[in-house]
Design a protein around this ligand. Structure first.
Ligand code: ZN
Length: 68
């Protein structure tokens, strides 16, 4: 299990990136939304999409969920 967050701020392509709590690219506290504990990034991205329909896994910490 890992704790996941989604970036409140979209990237230039409109994606909100999903990160695990230990990622070095994790946004600052005020710029991230807590998603919860998940066994994999797919479940975390699914949760993130309830908040931001355009959510995507971080290339660095959730590469298998990174699509764009
Ligand atoms: Zn990350």
């Amino acid at each position: 299990m890992a704790v996941y967050y989604v970036n409140k701020n979209a990237q230039s392509n409109g994606d909100h990136e999903v990160h695990i709590s230990t990622c070095e690219r994790l946004p600052d506290t005020e710029n991230r939304l807590y998603l919860g504990d998940f066994t994999n990034c797919h479940a975390a991205v699914r949760e993130a999409k309830k908040h931001y329909s355009q959510s995507d896994g971080c290339y660095y910490c959730s590469e298998e969920c990174h699509t764009s």
